[in-house]
Write a protein that binds this ligand. Structure first.
Ligand SMILES: CC(C)(COP(=O)(O)OP(=O)(O)OC[C@H]1O[C@@H](n2cnc3c(N)ncnc32)[C@H](O)[C@@H]1OP(=O)(O)O)[C@@H](O)C(=O)NCCC(=O)NCCS
Length: 156
């Protein structure tokens, strides 16, 4: 299996939109947009983040197939990473390989990752890439309509 990152192209967006129609994945990620089914809001969000300087967004390809995306961006004055993999590609090390590659592209350190405290898959991805637990936080999770525990991990 070969995992590569490449620039995002317009035709990737409908696939990312499909990925966020996966209710289980949305629950897992928790800190999602208000309404993942709102395609206009999705398109507006992507138009905005693709135009921002300082956001590194990449599509993830597995053996030539689009599997998801990975990104780094500034939040509260800190560099953060995020990723989303389509369910058909889960459990094969794709997120870990993609995040490792992104960390080669973005050399900013420290760099942070946040996940819902119960998103063990995402936390494990961060740990496998060398991130360590820093603190627990709380935040309003749109997907759960509640304030939930969040963990913050850091890579120096
Ligand atoms: C979380 C997510 C990125 C994991 O992607 P993936 O490609 O399956 O992850 P990997 O195959 O690289 O797995 C890395 C590690 O996490 C573990 N893992 C993956 N999913 C898991 C899950 N649901 N529960 C527990 N462990 C999990 C794997 O076993 C592996 O650990 P190991 O090598 O010690 O066995 C993927 O499920 C996803 O995109 N979910 C929806 C969106 C999301 O939650 N994004 C992150 C927001 S913070």
């Amino acid at each position: 299996m070969t995992v590569i990152l490449r620039e995002i192209v317009d035709s990737d967006l409908p696939i990312f939109f499909q990925h966020q129609q996966d209710q289980g994945a949305v629950h897992m990620a928790a800190f999602t947009s208000k309404d993942p089914a709102d395609e206009a809001a999705f398109n507006a969000h992507w138009a905005k983040i693709r135009a921002l300087d300082g956001v590194i967004n990449r599509s993830i390809e597995v053996d030539g197939k689009l599997a998801g995306h990975v990104a780094s961006f500034e939040m509260f004055g800190e560099r953060n990473v995020t990723y989303w993999i389509g369910r058909e590609f889960w459990g094969q090390g794709v997120a870990t390989a993609a995040l490792r590659e992104l960390l080669n592209i973005d050399a900013t350190r420290p760099i942070y990752g946040r996940a819902a405290k119960d998103n063990s898959g995402s936390i494990r991805v961060l740990e496998k890439c060398g991130f360590v637990f820093v603190m627990e936080d709380k935040g309003f999770a749109n997907a759960r309509q509640a304030e939930i525990a969040e963990v913050v991990l850091k890579l120096d």
